[in-house]
Write a protein that binds this ligand. Structure first.
Ligand code: ZN
Length: 339
């Protein structure tokens, strides 16, 4: 078949421009949010090829076989835009899977071979590829073949596929092999895993990171982060908070409960809580030392409501994370209680 020269020229130019981009591939946060305020890195890449779990900082904020970085939002009602982390060309996508939090073995089986849920694969040339997963059904706004720019909205955060919390998962691959964006290349990802296991290196790898935003801040969440605190009118657990369906606090609700949600806690950590109201102390807890690392943790302290109810006014919740005898983070929040 005869192909006009003009098309060859265009194809060559495209190939060349993609290679230039790949040499300088850098990634920005793939979510419209304020990192550390309303979105957090829940899980990092597991760089260990075997059964162990190892994140880029030689810690364990990941799980076995996890190939990407999970940027989570607070609950399933948040509909933040997923943003292109780097310019490229859309190679594949899915947009028709229901959003459903995976909690049981049956839930897992229902998404087998479609673990990514609604997703987008973007090629950056020179064998580099990114994949976005768990987008909200029907929100993908790009088509296969589209050229996209960094920061461009491409869909909304969701919980389709194998997702136990609302988030966007971003995988980076080079020639089909997983790369941890903190480590930059396949060979550095492999090398770092060995160095971590040998105890030869620890801490945050800064020089190899492909993240445009401060890598240090992104990796901070591996050491524990406070997602939110709140006041509820009854018992709260992870599912109520994940779906924003906790009983609202009021002067007449069955109980008054101060809660704090944290991620990536370590064995031995304690979460200390205190709730005071207009009439003084209501509840406090020194917390038990955790028996193992916890990807997510909800701590709470509260009291049942007496028949006379609670007085309306300002209630103050204090939370502190204690690690190795030291307070490593703390926050004080005020809540207005009304009828
Ligand atoms: Zn993930």
């Amino acid at each position: 078949m005869r192909v006009p020269n003009r098309i060859f020229a265009v194809a060559t130019l495209l190939l060349w421009s993609e290679q230039v981009i790949a040499q300088d591939l850098q990634l920005s946060v793939p979510l419209q949010c304020s990192l550390g305020v309303d979105c957090f890195v829940q899980n990092y890449v597991d760089i260990d090829p075997g059964q162990a779990v190892l994140a880029a900082d030689c810690g364990q904020a990941s799980y076995n076989g996890h190939k990407g970085t999970d940027f989570r939002v607070l609950n399933t009602r948040v509909a933040a835009d997923v943003l292109a982390a780097a310019p490229g060309t859309v190679r594949a996508l899915r947009n028709d899977m229901a959003d459903r939090l995976v909690r049981t073995k049956e839930d897992r089986q229902a998404v087998q071979n479609r673990e990514c849920g609604n997703g987008i694969v973007v090629s950056h040339g020179d064998g580099w590829e990114t994949q976005y997963c768990h987008l909200r059904k029907g929100t993908v706004t790009v088509s296969v073949g589209d050229r996209i720019e960094r920061g461009q909205p491409i869909g909304q955060v969701g919980y389709s596929g194998l997702a136990a919390f609302p988030h966007v998962h971003l995988t980076l691959r080079h020639n089909g092999e997983t790369v941890d964006p903190y480590l930059g290349t396949v060979s550095e990802t492999r090398r770092r895993a060995q160095a971590c296991k040998a105890g030869a290196e620890t801490g945050v790898p800064m020089s190899t990171s492909l993240w445009l935003d401060p890598a240090q801040e992104l990796l901070d969440h591996a050491n524990g982060a406070l997602l939110e605190t709140g006041l509820a009118g009854g018992p709260v657990g992870p599912l109520e908070l994940e779906t924003a369906s906790a009983t609202p606090a009021s002067t007449k609700a069955p109980a008054l409960v101060f809660f704090a949600r944290l991620i990536n806690l370590k064995k031995g950590d304690r979460v200390v809580l205190k709730l005071t109201g207009p009439n003084g102390l209501i509840a406090q807890s020194d917390g038990q030392p955790l028996e193992k690392n916890k990807a997510q943790w909800v701590a709470y302290a509260g009291r049942k409501t007496k028949p006379s109810g609670w007085v309306a006014g300002t209630y103050v919740g204090e939370v502190a994370l204690v690690r190795d005898g030291k307070e490593v983070l703390s926050e004080t929040s005020e809540f207005d209680l009304t009828d």
